[in-house]
Design a protein around this ligand. Structure first.
Ligand code: CTP
Length: 402
């Protein structure tokens, strides 16, 4: 995550049970190259000892506004100036209320008033507290003031209830924090992305699919958010968390994917088709489970709609990027596909080679456009995705200016 390399993150920890996850968050931020200092409230210390945060951050923990010794070492104004970003995780309902009202009665709230760095909060609380009109109003006020609200997620809560109010996981918070430093290459641009496989039913219990994991498309979505884009990800069945800041639409079949894409394509300036769409579906899906009565059986398949081709064929359409998976003669096949489908850009990769392509964590791409091309990777998919997004942004801005 290049965006966090050398960034100074001041992590505020307030008194919620999710504070135990914040120690892992410190570690993850440091893994991403950030320099982390921790400020704890008195409530936070009821849940986790300062020593824990001192050990994981490798720095003294700050917890008192009125401690002359601490103020002499690195006072609240210095901390406020030091930070490239302030992240409060977990942010309790009380912390949100105090921030909304601009209180400055402890070290953390004082720093929040004294800093010019971006401020982000990761709320964590019981779902009823999160839904309470007082909390809603505080969050609206903070958002209107430019505070970034990360989450909360939904799911099982420490109090035994299920619903919205759970702090985002440390890795999601690292992504979202990186987004604070993203480039502005695609600021204000809407990007629509397809990812993953599609699943074509045979009967109520069986289906045809392929080995696509969705990793590349999800990485492109993350990279596009980091570049400032508004991103909608139409995903076939894949077992991946939704990248922070991405609107996700889950679909199963190619026909559903086409419908989801066509409902959103008018609002998109860039379309990236990374999904491995099944080329065929069953001519007739059986209404009940097929019994094994014969020694052999035949399934009749019919062609699925070409989603990328449909978008590329629009009279007024977005900047269109396709993917091509090839086993031979990659450059020639990919360029032929680009021209045949009328694409602005195509990203081709080898499949069937160890270490890249489907389900792998690394990838390499040959990217081709009218009159040019570039080779990306081999590198982790997120890095390749960041480079691809940079190329897309450059070519897209050329077409907008032309
Ligand atoms: N694609 C699509 N809808 C389909 C099939 C493919 O949007 N029904 C998109 C994929 O997301 C990818 C590109 O088209 O961006 C791949 O093109 P395709 O012609 O399907 O490639 P291959 O399957 O590699 O084709 P071929 O059989 O011609 O090698």
């Amino acid at each position: 995550m290049a965006m966090l390399q050398g960034r100074r993150i001041l992590l505020g920890v307030t008194g919620g049970i999710a504070a135990y996850k914040s120690a892992d968050l410190v570690r993850r931020l440091k893994d991403a190259g950030a320099d982390v200092r921790v400020v704890m409230t008195r409530g936070a210390e009821e849940f986790v000892r300062p020593l824990t945060f001192q050990a994981v951050s490798g720095q003294p923990v700050h917890n008192s506004l009125l401690d002359p010794q601490a103020e002499a070492a690195m006072g609240h104004i210095e901390l406020a100036r030091w930070a490239d970003a302030v992240l409060i995780a977990p942010a309790t309902a009380d912390a949100l209320a105090r921030l909304a009202h601009g209180l400055a009665d402890d070290l953390l709230t004082t720093i929040c008033l004294a800093t010019e760095a971006p401020l982000a909060v990761a709320p964590a609380m019981n779902r009823i507290m999160w839904a309470h009109p007082a909390t809603r109003a505080n969050v609206d006020q903070l958002r209107a003031r430019g505070v970034h609200i990360f989450g909360p997620g939904a799911g099982d809560q420490a109090c035994g209830e299920v619903g919205a109010g759970r702090m985002l996981e440390p890795l999601e918070l690292v992504d979202a924090t990186a987004g604070l430093f993203g480039s502005s290459l695609l600021r204000g641009v809407s990007v629509l992305i397809t990812a993953g496989p599609t699943r074509e039913p045979i009967d109520p219990v069986r289906y045809i699919t392929n080995r696509s994991s969705g990793k590349m498309g999800f990485a492109v979505a993350r990279a596009a958010v980091a570049a400032g884009a508004r991103v909608t990800l139409v995903a076939g069945p894949c077992n991946l968390p939704t990248p922070a800041g991405v609107e996700r639409v889950d679909v199963e079949t190619a026909e559903q994917m086409l419908e989801a894409v066509m409902a959103r394509v008018d609002a998109a300036q860039i379309f990236v088709a990374s999904a491995a769409v099944a080329d065929y579906r069953l001519a007739q899906v059986a209404a009940s489970k097929i019994k094994k009565s014969q020694d052999a059986m035949q399934l009749e398949l019919v062609r699925n709609p070409d989603i990328l081709g449909t978008v590329a064929g629009l009279q007024v359409g977005p900047f269109t990027v396709g993917f091509a998976a090839e086993t031979d003669d990659m450059h020639a096949y990919a360029e032929d596909k680009r021209q045949r489908k009328g694409l602005d850009m195509i990203a081709a990769n080898w499949v069937g080679r160890p270490g890249t392509g489907f389900d792998a964590d690394d990838n390499s791409l040959e990217v081709l456009w009218e009159g040019g091309g570039a080779s990306l990777g081999p590198a982790p998919k997120l890095q390749v995705a960041e480079e691809l997004v940079r190329l897309v942004a450059e070519r897209y801005s050329d077409t907008v200016q032309a």
